[in-house]
Design a protein around this ligand. Sequence first.
Ligand SMILES: Nc1ncnc2c1ncn2[C@@H]1O[C@H](COP(=O)(O)OP(=O)(O)OP(=O)(O)O)[C@@H](O)[C@H]1O
Ligand SMILES: [Mg+2]
Length: 243
Amino acid sequence: MGALTNAFNKMVGRVKQMIQTRDQLLLDVSHELRSPITRMKVALALLPEDENRAGMTADLNEMEAMITEMLELERLRDGRGIKVERQDLAMILRDVARSLDQKAPGIRLASVPNHLLLEVDGEKMRVVLRNLLENAIKYSLPDSSVIDVSVIQSDNWAVIRIRDDGPGVPQADLANLFEPFFRVDRSRSRKTGGYGLGLSICKRIMEAHGGRIEVENNSDRGVSFILTLPDNNPGNISSHLAG
Ligand SMILES: Nc1ncnc2c1ncn2[C@@H]1O[C@H](COP(=O)(O)OP(=O)(O)OP(=O)(O)O)[C@@H](O)[C@H]1O
Ligand SMILES: [Mg+2]
């Protein structure tokens, strides 16, 4: 038993170290790529304007955006890069939903209170909500019913649930969904083309708030993402208006 425990602990240590090494590599590479990309952009600007130049500029901008997201991901890891203050999350939710609800299959804020005051980084929570709602839209099917958003409050937690009626996620992939660059469909098509970074950013942001993000397949169709945030303001429950 002793030998087994020892071996197991050693293994856990090695896995932890491997993950750390991988994250550090990702960070270093992202950082190092920034200067050459900037130099290329400058060089490109000096070339005559044509189709090639436009295409290369677009590619460079995409690379730059990706690197910015990678570095942002790292900054969030240990709670750096987050600024909390009292925010009305219900308002933020309505705001983000409004900016996206012209797109099929639409968004319904079925039971969201008028106000939900929480200690959060408003801009970062906006990113989380937008990423999740954009995914729900992007991965919807032609006959998907409306995306459903609801809020449940308990003593010390506020729980936001985003439920879609899309294709869902294969059970075996659920555990990997929050890993950087993980995509269920490996081929990056024009329509759904992203990097697979959105959900890993959501996870980091939720954890930096002392909260969490979970996902489950619905019993009928589609997935639900569940955001849990600490709520130290018990007055919230009395202001909760379902409807
Ligand atoms: N609502 C959803 N329904 C079905 N699959 C989803 C849903 N949300 C995410 N996924 C799957 O999880 C993968 C990872 O999502 P994530 O948001 O991290 O990346 P992405 O949307 O592919 O790209 P990015 O967000 O970086 O533009 C997606 O590629 C998709 O396969
Ligand atoms: Mg996404």
